[in-house]
Design a protein around this ligand. Structure first.
Ligand code: SAH
Length: 208
């Protein structure tokens, strides 16, 4: 898995401008048992560099995409992060392994319940809420980082509103079936926002 991630960074470097993974991200991904985040029949493939089915029509992203997303989140110990789309909980677990304090919202009740149980079993500290992530988590806002792992067609206004200044939002953006782009929105101290498109990607759609 690690070799494939390193290769992924090298191959996409002309687009992303990032030629290698941060060693801290690789350490975090080594530390999180990816096989525990996929259904039993997918375990043999858990460490392959590809997206996997996690049931309920949803997927856990390919490790390279998780690594890139995590690196773009640029977290330190204690960084407050809101994740939209808990899914299996894997992306949240990697951010937690990097030291972030993570709040994560999942629309699907079954997935949210499974992810909560998994975090408890593995001793991972992530707050999970069932709900529509396009509304953010107002009671816990503001967040230094917001990361979405389901793609909205248009940016939900609540996300930028709940982003701290300075802060960073990492999200796929674009219609289902169309071209989505993994995008970074940087908010400066004065609240000005600048968008950078990083890489074409394919995420599941953000549902409303
Ligand atoms: N981060 C996850 C990836 C899950 S795929 C992981 O590491 O496994 C995206 C997830 O977003 C799915 O579980 C889907 O149910 C969820 N989702 C879709 N629309 C949503 C919404 N409006 N609010 C919250 N979660 C949503």
């Amino acid at each position: 898995m690690i070799a494939a991630i390193v290769r992924g960074f090298a191959e996409t470097a002309p687009r992303t401008g990032i030629d290698r993974p941060d060693p801290r991200v690789l350490d975090a991904m080594r530390a999180v048992p990816r096989d525990r985040f996929v259904p039993p029949d997918q375990r043999p493939y858990a460490w392959d560099d590809r997206a996997l089915d996690i049931g309920y029509g949803q997927t856990i992203s390919q490790p390279f995409v998780v690594a890139l997303t995590s690196q773009l989140c640029d977290v330190e110990i204690g960084t407050r992060v809101l994740e939209i789309g808990t899914g299996s909980g894997y992306q949240a677990a990697v951010l937690a392994a990097l030291g972030a304090e993570v709040w994560s919202i999942e629309l699907d009740e079954d997935l949210a319940r499974d992810a909560k149980a998994r975090f408890a079993e593995l001793g991972i500290r992530v707050e999970v809420r069932i709900g529509d992530g396009s509304l953010g988590w107002p009671e816990a806002a503001p967040f230094a980082r917001i990361v979405a792992t389901a793609s909205p067609a248009l940016l939900p206004p609540a996300w930028l509103a709940q982003l701290q200044a300075p802060g960073r939002l990492v999200t796929p953006l674009g219609p289902v079936g169309g071209v989505q782009v993994l995008s970074v929105f940087d908010k400066d101290e004065d609240g000005r926002v600048e968008r950078t498109d990083v890489l074409p990607v394919r995420f599941v759609p953000l549902r409303h």
